[in-house]
Design a protein around this ligand. Structure first.
Ligand code: NAD
Ligand code: GLY
Length: 379
């Protein structure tokens, strides 16, 4: 069944060198994708998706592409973080080559952040680079991962350690696809929405506290939130595309979160990315309080809001546990923000007042995590 396109919001990412692109946000965009993708030129459009999303949306997307005169094919991977692996990458590249994707053709990533990162990395490297389009279908992918050109896979030693910057040519965020997303994945994506308020926009965090239910239920707040996050991300990426500076702020909560994902073996049954980010956001604020940077009330407000939205905020919440403080700090040592072995954190002086803190003392982090784990054991 094809859906009519409702009013569409557009956010522009004004990168130079002919790499500027639009993010279109609205209900029903998948059925209108063909014309938008065909307008980019090329003969073929190869869809990369996962089994769950593919069963729901690949048929409609393919029909739309074919109606617009493109030759379309589909490469499907298993759902979940496990596909962002060496084996997943090889399977996608082989699938794309099997579909005879050439330099002038397009790869279309249809799915959540896993598919977007994986298909984007395959596109960045296939025949030394083919163009790609993001059709994000999870809240997390619509507000964050489909924008900004970070693509990649995980290595056994850490998250996102193999990758490339490769900007999409177009992002089509069909917000109606979120109607089929599980409640848990919706919550996980919401952690990244709240993150934008916490980084640099206290007013947006206030708005989230008042409106988060509308994002979940599919009210106009959903498109408004996706557009706000994309605007914020587009601005940062335009100023600092390759993360030489302020783009690192977008990793608020991620140093802790990535370590937890690694310690849970990237097993979505235990922890998905957004849940790790939620715990990481709460930890980043409590750590900032401990260092005397941020009022305890602010850290409490952050954790309360995330918990109200159904997200975990404590280490204890990780099913099966996440090891001791030492294991968590060791897992952090592979973070891409590590320089000469010193840890860099994103800390906060308050909601909307995050900053990059290089050279954080390992012993300080260890003591904080020990106290967190001890408090969890008592609670
Ligand atoms: P995901 O891609 O695994 O999707 C979550 C689950 O939801 C999957 O099982 C998927 O099949 C399912 N799903 C997706 N859309 C659906 C829909 N519309 N209906 C029903 N089911 C649907 O995970 P995610 O949370 O979207 O993305 C997490 C990944 O994104 C992580 O690997 C993370 O590292 C990456 N990420 C990348 C960036 C970046 O800038 N590149 C930013 C943030 C996160
Ligand atoms: N999600 C972090 C970034 O895109 O830089």
């Amino acid at each position: 069944m094809s859906l009519p396109v409702t009013e569409t919001l557009t956010v522009h990412v004004p990168l130079d060198g002919g790499r500027a692109y639009d993010i279109r946000i609205g209900r029903g965009l998948i059925d209108a994708a063909g014309d938008a993708v065909a307008a980019l030129g090329g003969r073929r459009a190869a869809i990369v998706t996962d089994e769950t999303v593919g069963a729901l949306y690949a048929g409609r997307l393919r029909e739309s592409l074919e109606r617009a005169g493109l030759q379309a094919g589909v490469v499907t991977v298993a759902p979940g973080e496990g596909s962002k692996s060496y084996a997943g990458y090889a399977a996608v590249c082989d699938g794309l080559l099997g579909l005879k994707v050439e330099r002038g053709d397009l790869v279309v990533a249809l799915g959540g952040g896993v598919v977007g990162d994986l298909a984007g990395f395959a596109a960045a490297t296939l025949r030394r680079g083919v163009r790609f389009v993001q059709v994000p279908t999870s809240l997390l992918a619509q507000v964050d991962s489909s924008v900004g050109g970070k693509t990649g896979i995980n290595a056994p030693l850490g998250k996102n350690l193999i990758g490339a910057f490769h900007q999409p040519r177009l992002v089509l965020a069909d917000t109606a696809t979120l109607d089929t997303l599980s409640e848990r994945e919706m919550r996980a994506g919401y952690a990244e929405v709240a993150k934008y308020g916490l980084i640099a926009d206290a007013g947006f965090f206030d708005w989230c506290e008042a409106n988060w239910r509308g994002i979940f239920s599919g009210g106009p707040e959903r498109e408004a939130a996706v557009a706000s996050c994309c605007r914020a991300k587009a601005a940062v990426v335009t100023r600092d595309e390759r993360e030489d500076g302020e783009r690192a702020l977008l990793n608020l909560g991620h140093t802790f979160g990535h370590a937890l994902e690694r310690l849970t073996g990237y097993d979505p049954a235990r922890l998905v990315h957004g849940e790790g980010v939620a715990i990481g956001l709460a930890l980043a604020f409590r750590f900032s309080t401990r260092l005397g940077l941020c009022a305890g009330q602010e850290a409490g407000r952050v954790a309360n809001h995330l918990a109200l939205a159904g997200l975990p905020t404590r280490l204890q919440a990780v099913p099966g546990g996440c090891g001791g403080a030492e294991a968590i700090v060791d897992a952090m040592a592979q973070d891409k923000k590590v320089r000469d072995g010193a840890l860099t954190f994103i800390l906060a002086r308050g909601i909307g007042q995050s900053f990059i803190a290089p050279g954080v003392d390992r012993a300080e982090v260890m003591a904080f995590l020990r106290d967190e784990l001890a408090a969890d054991a008592i609670a």
